[in-house]
Structures are given as structure tokens and as C-alpha cells.
Design a binder for this molecule. Structure first.
Ligand SMILES: Cc1cc2nc3c(=O)[nH]c(=O)nc-3n(C[C@H](O)[C@H](O)[C@H](O)COP(=O)(O)O)c2cc1C
Length: 190
């Protein structure tokens, strides 16, 4: 059955694509800004498609649209940094998702260059610097796998989440408290 008619384009609400889009809309994700640099410029973009891959070796992956500027930079440059935003950073997310021109984005937030030349958000919930090990194209996106060179997390902040086209902050479920490191029943995980 054909659903809404928007302008001249008809959207099939029952297509798998529409169902998946609506599902992912309600699928909370942690908001990050992924950065990379070359000889002439720094670049960064807002990315929620970030997840760990393995602890051995420590590695994560990010999925970037092939049309994004960062995509071509990550194909060329050996390293990238994942900066996990906090509840104080919706404006940073907005700036790095297209509301601010690429060359002006780093004026939003307290960015600094680390000794290795990576752009790092000082007030981030976490920073993870990686060396790119693989780039796997799939559909409109490429999955970049990075081996972790170093990682730091701020125990005093909470990560910014994105769900239903809105920013949120997570809280422990009412009857649960975070377990100390190494004390969870899921020790094989985190
Ligand atoms: C909350 C949020 C999450 C996003 N996550 C991704 C993502 O995981 N991968 C991606 O390719 N684009 C993602 N985007 C879109 C890019 O941030 C946006 O298209 C950006 O403008 C692309 O960078 P560019 O303008 O430098 O090309 C996201 C945007 C928002 C607002």
C-alpha cells in the first residue's frame, strides 16, 4: 500500500527501508564527532554509527557515508579520533553535522591538537585515537575499522544520546547501579 505523498514523491511506508528507518529512529545511539587531519586541514563530522569490534586487538569501527568529506579523508589518512559528546554538547553535534561550514566547525567546543596532530575535544566524555586498519565498502557507506592507539574516559560526565531526532542523556535503570570494572556478570564483555 502506498502511503504519504510528499510533494511528488510517494513513500511506501510498508517497505523494509521505511520500517528500518522508523526502527532506527527509536534506536538510541551515542553521539560522537570523528576527526581526522591532513597536511592542509582538520575535518570532523557527527557520527553515531560507532561501536567496538574487539578487545584483542582493541578496535572499533565507524560507518561513514561515501559522500561525506570525512570519508575521503579517512581513506587517505592513517589515523582518526572518536570524541564522545556529553550532555553539554548538542551545539557541537549540530555544528559538525552540517549546520556550520567545515572550516569553522572547530570554533564550537574546546578543541585542542594533541602532540600527534589529532584534533581532540578536551571536554568530551571520551576520546579514542585509532589507526585505520580496514575500510570495507557496503551500500552507501564504508565501514572503517580502527585499532586503538589510546583511549581516555571522563568518569564524571555522561554521554550524549540521539533518539527520535532528539538529544538525550542516559541514566541507570531505577533498580540498578553501575558495577565496578571487572565485577559484572558479563565479565567477558565490558
Ligand atoms: C545525530 C547525528 C548522527 C549522525 N551519524 C552519522 C553516521 O553515523 N554516519 C554518517 O555518515 N553520517 C552521520 N550523520 C550525518 C553527518 O554528520 C552529516 O551528513 C555531516 O554534515 C557530514 O559531514 P560533511 O558535511 O563534512 O560532509 C549524523 C548526523 C547526526 C545529526
Amino acid at each position: 500500500m502506498l502511503g504519504l505523498a510528499m510533494n511528488t514523491t510517494q513513500i511506501d511506508e510498508n517497505s523494509v527501508g521505511s520500517q528500518f528507518r522508523m526502527t532506527m529512529r527509536k534506536f538510541p545511539a551515542t553521539v560522537t564527532v570523528v576527526t581526522a587531519s591532513d597536511d592542509t586541514r582538520d575535518h570532523g563530522m557527527t557520527v553515531t554509527a560507532v561501536t567496538s569490534v574487539s578487545m584483542d586487538p582493541p578496535s572499533l569501527m565507524v560507518c561513514l557515508n561515501n559522500r561525506s568529506r570525512l570519508h575521503s579523508m579517512l581513506l587517505d589518512q592513517p589515523r582518526f579520533a572518536v570524541n564522545v559528546l556529553t550532555a553539554s554538547h548538542p551545539e557541537v553535534s549540530d555544528a559538525f553535522s552540517g549546520k556550520v561550514a567545515p572550516e569553522e566547525r572547530f570554533t564550537t567546543g574546546n578543541w585542542e591538537r594533541d602532540p600527534a596532530g589529532m584534533m581532540i575535544l578536551k571536554s568530551a566524555h571520551a576520546n579514542v585515537v585509532c589507526t585505520r586498519m580496514a575500510a570495507v565498502p557496503y551500500g552507501t557507506h564504508t565501514i572503517f575499522v580502527g585499532q586503538v592507539d589510546r583511549a581516555r574516559v571522563d568518569e564524571g560526565t555522561r554521554p550524549l544520546l540521539y533518539s527520535d531526532a532528539c538529544y538525550h542523556v542516559s541514566e541507570p535503570a531505577a533498580d540498578r547501579k553501575p558495577s565496578p570494572v571487572g565485577k559484572t556478570e558479563f565479565d567477558l564483555y565490558f
